[in-house]
Every structure is written in C-alpha cells, then in structure tokens.
Design a binder for this molecule. Structure first.
Ligand code: NAD
Length: 483
C-alpha cells in the first residue's frame, strides 16, 4: 500500500511568533517534513515574523537547529535542510506597533495562498488582525490560523471571536485543536461512517457506556504559569476531550464537508447535560517517586488548580439518552495513554449458563502512544471441559496492518496542509468553541462556589481514588490506566 502525496497550491506561510517555542518544536519541523514529502510546490515560502531583530541568515540558523532537534532522521540530510532553508525568510515585526509591516507587505507576492499563523499570545491577536487589514495583506486566498487557548471562558472566547470577525470572514479563520489532526481521530469518522458494521449498534440500545481517557506522565513542564490559571478542565476537557466526544457521538453528516461535520459536532456539544457535583472528581499530583508536586511545579503552595479531572456526563438526545460518557484526563499519571473505549451491553440472554459468564464487547480506539483499534470479541475458551467464554482482541495496529504507509504525518503537518488547501473540516468553528465554553463555565463556577479543593494523588498513579470510586458506584471500571 503506497500513500499518495498530493502537492498543494503555491503558498506563503507567515508565522507570527516564528521564533517561539511552538514554531521551533512543531510548526517548522512539520513544514519541513511536508517539504521532504514533495507537498510544497517550488517557490512556496515560510516567512518567520517576530519581534527579534534578525536577518534571514539568523532565522535560517534557528530553523536548522529546530530541525536537527525535532525533525528526526530527515534532518540528517544536509542538502534537504539547505534546500528547505532557501524557502525561509524573516521579517522583524511588532504586533503592537508599525515596525516591520511595510517590509512584510513588500515581501508578499500576488496569486498565491497566504496563511498567517498567529503563534503568539492571544493578547496579540487584535494588533495582528488590525495591521493585516490596514496593510491590505489579506486577499481572497488568505487564511489566519489561531492557536489554543481560545479564550479562558465564554466571555473571553466571544470577545476573541468578535475581534477576529471584525477583520476576517469566518471562512478564513482556522482555530487549531491539534487532536483533530491525529490520524486515529480521523479514523474515528472512517470507522463509524465507512463501515456498515458499527453504526446500527452505535446508540444507547446497544452501548452501555463510553470512556475517554487522555493520560500524560509529564507534569506541567515549564508551562506552570499558564496551567495554574487554566487547569485540566480548561486545558484539556473544553477542547481536546470535547472534540473526541463530538466525533464519537455525532450523527452521520450528509457530506464530508467542513460545515456539515461541524454542524453535527455542534449538536453534540449543545446536547451535553449539566454535570452533577458528585460526578466530578478533581485531583492534584503530589510528590512521589522522586518527582516534585504540582504545587512545587507552579510555585504556589496553596494552589487549588486541578491537574486531573474525571467526570460523568450525558447527552440529551435520542441516540444517547441513558448512556453515560466518562471523561478523564490528568498529568503525572502512571502511563501515557489516550484512548476511547466503547463498551457494548451484555447479550440480552445468557444461553451458555452462569458458569460461562457474561461478556461485553469493547471497541478500543487507541490514540497514544500507538495508534490502532481493537475489538474485543467473546469466543469459546479452547479445550475440553464445557463451554467457557473468553474475550480475545481483534487487534488492528495501524503500524502492522498498513506497513510503512501507517507512518502518518504529525498532526501539525496535516493541519498546516489543510490550511493551505482551504479545508476547515478539522478546525473548530466560532459557535463550536463558544458552545464548549457555555458547557464548561457553569461546571467551573460550581466547584468555585462550593469551594471544592482538588484531591491529592501520587505522581505516577491513576489519579485520586475518588475517580475509581465514582465509576465503581455505577458498577463499571476504568479501562487503560488503573491503580
Ligand atoms: P513563546 O513565548 O515561546 O513565543 C512567543 C513568540 O511571540 C515569540 O516568537 C515572540 O518573539 C513573539 N512575540 C511576542 N511579542 C510580540 C510582538 N509584540 N510582536 C511580534 N511578535 C511577538 O510562545 P509559544 O510557546 O511559541 O506559544 C505561542 C502560542 O501558541 C501561545 O498562544 C500558546 O498558548 C500557544 N501554544 C503553544 C504550545 C507549545 O507547545 N508551545 C502548544 C499549544 C499552544
């Protein structure tokens, strides 16, 4: 099986914040890898735009270092790196002042896609948007890409949306959630809507419950200041877990078209029920196994921010009424594991008798560390001695099943190419983001009003015991990371 690379139209990608951490670790290596795959047409350019007073040569040196650190083996090929660097330029601009904008204008050429990537603090979006417009840098082929966090709550998200809407049409705005760029996340749609097998069973009649876990072993890792003001609910649930929930629960869109897909996702978010206080467990990691505590990491001995959250929610619609969704995410957990498990109901009648046991089929969609899908099927336990049942996995590791073509591009590679192509399917629309905040805000306000403190949990564990108890009270168990 050979994967096809379809070259994209000629483009200029201007990265505001091109000297920042995100550019260095993700954006530059992603573009280089697409360049190596032949997806960048001759003449396409990357233009770094930041406050530093650098020349093209300085920036190319920065790009070389970024590639050698983050672009893997491809960066060992010096001639590829040097050819790529010839596409790289730099302009020193100030988002909040006049410096550099005339020069940037002078660099632009007509008749090509222009993508402006706002890889900067959201406080700079307004200045950038205004100056892009004042200098007439937007044309009919222009797009702007904005990074998370998109707001801190509904009010700030609405203000950001309103600010962007003053300068750009919604069809030009690409709000990144890099989870949507992951191969398996898109496979969720392929598995659901490309097979007859699952969709007839994909509802409350046949599905007992669904779990989504995104567990990380890392702590807040130098992002303490941001994280302390956000917490797991804002940093992970409001965006990444919400997007996964949408894809797993949405109705089949009529077409695979950006607005058709996003309309269906929006309906899921709007159907989310309020979450009862006893269906939320917040946690904060403590020092263990030589690791520092969350409070030490953020330098706040009294912090009440959660580094872990588990919650149970429902969707108020015909398809899902009565099926709970359990969401869980945390830092400094015992394993790095992102997975969605769909647990089907037991068969309605146990013909093999009590001793054979009753079993649930489970479909597990693994996002990290290895991408793949496993279907648990019940079969006869081999050998004499009667009919005992056992569960075996029908395992489809993408790496094994697809060979080299399973080496899927990094999420940023795919998403940047989608921006150039003008495909918004994997980007969040303004109303989606606002609906997600409208659901999140009252939950946060609720625990603030109650004065709930997060429960301590050991670093490198499965989170607080209360999270285990929450699901156990329903007669269920977490899959994946467990104590
Ligand atoms: P950073 O602090 O490393 O870089 C900020 C960049 O903005 C620098 O290039 C700086 O020169 C530039 N800048 C600052 N003030 C400017 C001004 N007035 N005019 C022009 N340029 C200016 O930040 P980062 O980690 O690269 O993050 C950038 C954005 O991406 C943030 O919104 C962040 O929340 C988001 N983000 C970052 C990561 C990550 O892994 N770093 C992940 C997800 C989202």
């Amino acid at each position: 099986m050979v994967s096809r690379t379809i070259p994209v139209d000629l483009f200029d990608l201007v990265v505001f914040g091109g000297t920042g951490d995100l550019a260095r670790r993700k954006i530059l290596p992603a573009l280089f890898k697409r360049f190596c795959s032949g997806q960048m047409a001759d003449g396409a350019r990357l233009i770094g735009a930041s406050r530093r007073d650098w020349s093209d040569a300085d920036y190319r040196e920065f790009v070389r270092k970024s590639l050698s650190e983050f672009a893997g083996e491809l960066a060992l090929d010096r001639s590829l790196v040097e050819t790529f660097c010839r596409c790289v330029h730099y302009v020193s601009v100030d988002a909040n002042g006049p410096r550099g904008w005339d020069e940037l204008s002078g660099l632009m050429v007509a008749d090509r896609v222009r993508a402006f990537y706002f890889s900067v603090d959201p406080g700079l979006f307004s200045g950038l948007s205004m100056r892009l417009q004042d200098h007439e840098l937007m044309n009919e082929q222009s797009r702007v890409v904005v990074e998370k966090p998109f707001g801190h709550d509904l009010e700030t998200a609405q203000a950001l949306n309103a600010e962007l809407a003053q300068h750009f049409d919604e069809s030009q705005i690409y709000r990144i959630d890099h989870y949507l760029g992951k191969e398996t996340v898109q496979n969720l749609m392929a598995v659901r809507f490309g097979n007859m097998l699952f969709e007839p069973l994909w509802n409350a009649q046949y599905i007992d419950h669904i779990q989504i876990t995104v567990a990380e072993t890392v702590g807040v890792d130098g992002r303490g200041e941001y994280y302390e003001s956000a917490g797991a609910m804002r940093d992970m649930v409001q965006n990444h877990l919400m997007q996964l929930l949408c894809l797993i629960a949405m109705e089949p869109p009529t077409f695979f078209d950006p607005d058709a897909v996003r309309d269906e996702k929006l309906k899921v978010i709007r159907a989310l029920s309020n979450v009862e206080p006893h269906h939320i467990v917040r946690g904060q990691y403590t020092a263990a196994d030589g690791a520092t505590s969350y409070r030490e990491d953020v330098d706040n001995p009294r912090s009440r921010t959660e580094s872990f959250i588990a919650l149970k929610c429902h969707l108020n619609n015909w398809r899902w009424a009565g099926t709970p969704f359990y969401l869980r995410t945390g830092k400094r957990m015992s394993e790095r594991d992102s997975e969605i498990t769909v647990v089907f109901k037991e068969t309605p009648h146990a013909i093999f008798g009590q001793e054979a046991g009753r079993h649930n089929n489970e479909l597990t969609i693994q996002l990290q560390p290895d991408e793949g899908i496993t279907l648990g099927v019940t079969i006869k336990d081999p050998g004499p001695g009667g009919m005992r049942l056992v569960d075996v996995p029908l395992d489809m590791s993408f790496a094994e099943a697809l060979g080299p073509s399973a080496d899927s591009p990094d999420a940023y590679e795919r998403l940047i190419m989608d921006v150039i192509r003008g495909d918004q399917t994997l980007f969040m629309r303004n109303d989606e983001v606002e609906a997600a905040w409208a659901w999140t805000d009252p939950i946060i306000r609720g625990w603030q009003a109650r004065g709930d403190a997060p429960k301590p949990y050991d670093s490198y564990s499965a989170g607080p015991d209360d999270a285990t108890m929450m699901i156990r009270r329903d007669g269920r168990e977490w899959r994946g990371v467990i104590n």
